[in-house]
Design a protein around this ligand. Structure first.
Ligand code: SAH
Ligand code: SF4
Length: 386
């Protein structure tokens, strides 16, 4: 070999983070260990937050060496971390294939929510959303979804897992890039890992899944995960909604409202959240508020009014403050909780709908094919229970 040729070794070790429990057990058994060792490993990964096997001191030296030879326990790389003047923190995480996604931590007084992405880009093209201008590149794997939350925990040094009362990173909202219900199986695997008692142990009531309204998958989120549901509603009638959210043509409001009425576990104590972005002159009149009140009749719900967050190239404007207040008051007078969400992290483009990473541009046909392939591959591969 020429002296100057660099020696390249290909790392074929596989990631243990993101494996459902039966698969982790299989991996342990494949290394010649008893199945119960998987429990110890799980504890190290998800309770202690260990990033390498050397730290796992109650596993035998030889087991650790074998683990090291065949596997990794890692996180996505952090390509950039930014903290807003209001304390909101955003991470641009980079995955093994170079693709990137964003996650955001929104701190409150003594707690806070981590907003995680479920896809790189989004197939949907909601007109007001920055992510919607980015092509779908692919679904995120369970490892990449769990990895975003673990990265946030690393950043605040919140390991080992504290008890619920002492958690700063106390909630998860699936409100980052992508449509979680178009990647349901991977999202479900990731959330089950996050919910497991002997690891990260975040309860289902602390997890909120937001969807633009993928009607056929909504029931599963309640039945299989039992998480809180948020619907990106944004309009009270089909004409207005279809104009700003093309998915409404496929799943119109009648079907969407029926899916909400059927959502397992929804009750007055556990209401569905309707997100409503306030767009000047589009969906913000008193007539819209009245139609909205009529639309959601009988559904245990609350509203979250989101002032439109601008992004480079966006064509909408946020409704005036007085209009937003009047809208909120009308809903409140009809008996609904309807707070106006304070925009967080706007200075670092971390607020709702501002997330975007660079992803390749493909033709519409290529995109459709890619999206279909991605969906098929991932639904086949990741249908696993823990
Ligand atoms: N794809 C899912 C998850 C993203 S959640 C969904 O659409 O529900 C992000 C929330 O922010 C959604 O309610 C979305 O409609 C809203 N949003 C998108 N763009 C926005 C913007 N520019 N300003 C305010 N909210 C926006
Ligand atoms: Fe996708 Fe949600 Fe943005 Fe619509 S609002 S483009 S579904 S990320």
């Amino acid at each position: 070999m020429n002296e100057l040729t660099p020696v390249q070794t290909v790392d074929t070790r596989t990631q243990l983070v993101g494996l459902a429990r039966p698969q982790l057990t299989e991996a342990v058994v494949a290394l010649g260990e008893k199945p119960f060792r998987a429990k110890q490993l799980w504890h190290w990964i998800y309770h202690r937050g260990a990033k390498d096997f050397a730290a796992m001191t109650d596993l035998s030296k030889s087991f650790r060496t074998r683990l090291e030879e065949h596997h990794v326990v890692g996180r996505p790389a952090v390509a950039r971390e930014q903290t807003s003047v209001d304390g909101t923190r955003k991470w641009l995480v980079q995955f093994d294939d170079g693709q990137k996604a964003e996650s955001v931590f929104i701190p409150e007084e003594d707690r806070g929510a981590v907003c995680v992405s479920s896809q790189v880009g989004c197939t949907l093209t909601c007109r007001f959303c920055h992510t919607g201008t980015q092509r779908l590149v692919r679904n995120l794997t369970p490892a990449e979804i769990v990895g975003q939350f673990m990265t946030a925990r690393d950043s605040y040094n919140e390991w080992p897992t504290p008890t619920d009362e002492r958690r700063m990173l106390s909630n998860i909202v699936l409100m980052g890039m992508g449509e979680p219900l178009y990647n349901f199986d991977n999202v479900a695997t990731a959330m089950k890992i996050i919910m497991a008692d002997d690891g990260i142990a975040l309860g289902k009531r602390r997890i909120t899944l937001s969807t633009s309204g993928v009607v056929p998958e909504i029931h599963r989120a309640g039945a299989e995960l039992g998480v809180n549901l948020a619907i990106s509603l944004h309009a009270p009638d089909d004409d207005t909604r279809s104009a700003i959210m093309p998915i409404n043509k496929k799943y119109p409001l009648k079907d969407l409202m029926a899916a909400c009425r059927d959502y397992p576990g929804a009750s007055n104590a556990r209401r569905i959240t309707f997100e409503y972005v306030m767009l000047k002159g589009i969906n913000d009149t008193p007539a819209h508020a009245r139609a909205l009140i009529k639309l959601v009749r009988g559904i245990p719900c609350k509203f979250n009014l989101i002032p439109f967050n601008p992004w480079p190239g966006s064509t909408y404007e946020c409704s005036d403050a007085a209009t937003v207040t009047a809208f909120s008051d009308m809903l409140a007078n009809a008996g609904f909780t309807a707070p106006v969400r304070t925009p967080r992290g706007r200075d670092i483009l971390a607020a709702c709908g501002q997330l975007k990473t660079d992803s390749e541009k493909l033709s519409a046909r290529e995109l459709r094919l890619r999206a279909e392939q991605v969906r098929d591959v991932w639904t086949e591969k990741e249908r696993v229970e823990i």
